[in-house]
Design a protein around this ligand. Structure first.
Ligand code: GDP
Length: 178
């Protein structure tokens, strides 16, 4: 067993059009394409981060309104996940409100109360259309003790990389704590 190996099942969640696919594809390929089909995708990706071999499975899917534990199509994926990337757009207040709902939904699952999460405000390049303050994102992250990032999947690869690094750090800590 290699102590510096980690399997990370990551679920990217948020309402439609916030940039979940853009963020995921940017991380995987370093590219920003612009338009992405609204389809469910699972990506498998190996990467070395800080000397650790990380095997990512990243699940990116269309938003689903149904957040009741019994019937939501998210149910299986929530149980499968080691970590979550919760995305909103800084220009879309409703998407920010949905992140709050998603957090509650996830934490209500048995054993998921402390599952690693990061909160991401995407589309930072559209600052002139901002409707959600950075401070609001930061405060939300503080209340659930997770990391917060504002990024631009469109313009900044490095900011996107930080998100996945941050999540991996948390997953790593949570696995070491067991
Ligand atoms: P998803 O439905 O959450 O997966 O969102 P997509 O990744 O499909 O992106 C929705 C739209 O937002 C597309 O037109 C993207 O080109 C655009 N988009 C995604 N990220 C950014 C960003 O960081 N800045 C800007 N300006 N547009 C973005």
């Amino acid at each position: 067993l290699n102590a510096l190996k980690l399997d990370a099942n990551v679920v990217v969640l948020g309402t439609d059009r916030v940039g979940k696919s853009a963020l995921t594809v940017r991380f995987l390929s370093r590219r920003f394409i612009g338009e992405y089909g609204n389809i469910e995708s699972i990506y498998s990706h190996n990467v070395v981060m800080d000397g650790r071999d990380i095997h990512f499975n990243i699940w990116d899917s269309p938003y689903c309104q149904d957040l009741s534990m019994e019937t939501s199509p998210y149910e299986k994926k929530v149980q499968w996940a080691n970590g979550f990337v919760l995305v909103y757009s800084i220009c879309d207040r409703a998407s920010f409100n949905s992140v709050t709902k998603l957090i509650q939904f996830i934490k209500d699952f048995p054993g998921m109360d402390k599952v690693p999460m990061v909160i991401v405000g995407n589309k930072r390049d559209l600052n002139h259309r901002r409707t959600v303050l950075s401070e609001e994102g930061r405060m939300l992250a503080l209340t659930i003790d997770c990391k917060f990032y504002e990024v631009s999947a469109a313009e900044n690869y490095h900011s996107v990389l930080m998100v996945f690094h941050g999540l991996i750090d948390r997953i790593w800590e949570s696995k070491s704590a067991i």
